[in-house]
Design a binder for this molecule. Structure first.
Ligand code: SF4
Length: 245
């Protein structure tokens, strides 16, 4: 039966694996919520597909997590990389650390290194599952558990889970944990764009911390609006039309 808002995380994943088979995948950066759905799905089927984005700027600890997951679950981790010509064009035009200059350039980097590679990969799928939770911040408050209108179908089985529920699951099932949590990180992305959080800060405060006022999203789940969106479109056009791309 098609899952609803009342379905459990396990039921949603079991339905997806049964309905879509190898046209379904978990997408994770090996943070806590992603590890819960990966663990749950692997307990249902060792044949589950696992995707991750390798932006080329990840911390070493994330690569260590790929090794831990391969060893623990025996799954193939499908590592999705950005288009080399697009990265060359972007870095040649704006420098390797363009993200610190302004929000539109940061969003450009996220588009070239994350959004566009993922969009290419998603064309292989009919459904995917991610670890989004409504508690993770303002932009995520309205995340549905099951989005049948999306292409591919998008599942957020932990949408209504709390951080405490996630931590309890990880403890109970002895799930591998990203080593950077031990160092004070609360949300983990690329190395140059992530820092540990300070006491009292919200979990995503360590992402793009120099952009205090901007929305803390890379564009995969929630795209930018307004001026940043318009500037991004121009920058993307320039990068994609250069001789490199
Ligand atoms: S998080 Fe930083 S390095 Fe990673 S893709 Fe986005 S801007 Fe680029």
């Amino acid at each position: 039966m098609t899952p609803t808002e009342d379905s459990t995380a396990r039921d949603i994943l079991a339905w997806a694996l049964d309905t879509f088979g190898r046209r379904f995948a978990i997408s994770t950066s090996f943070q806590d919520s992603g590890m819960v759905i990966l663990d749950m799905a692997a307990r249902i089927s060792r044949d589950v597909r696992v995707l991750t984005l390798d932006t080329g700027r990840l911390p070493q600890e994330t690569y260590a997590m790929i090794e831990s997951v391969r060893e623990r679950y025996g799954v193939t981790v499908e590592v999705v990389s950005p288009d080399a010509a697009e990265v060359e064009s972007m870095v040649s035009q704006h420098g390797p650390n363009l993200f610190y200059q302004e929000p539109a350039l940061r969003t450009l980097c996220c588009h070239i290194r994350k959004v566009r590679p993922l969009e290419r990969k998603l064309r292989e799928l009919d459904a995917w599952a991610v670890g989004l939770r409504r508690q993770q911040g303002e932009t995520r408050e309205g995340v549905p558990k099951v989005d049948l209108e999306a292409t591919p179908v998008k599942l957020s089985p932990l949408a209504d889970w709390t951080k405490e529920q996630v931590e309890e699951y990880l403890r109970r099932q002895d799930v591998p944990r990203h080593p950077l949590y031990e160092q004070g990180y609360a949300s983990i992305g690329c190395a140059p764009c992530t820092r540990p959080v300070r006491p009292g800060e919200h979990d995503r405060a360590g992402r793009w911390w120099w952009e205090e006022e901007s929305h803390k999203e890379c564009g995969i789940h929630f795209g930018p609006n307004g001026k940043v969106r318009r500037t991004l479109d121009v920058l993307l056009e320039e990068v994609l039309s250069s001789d490199y791309a």
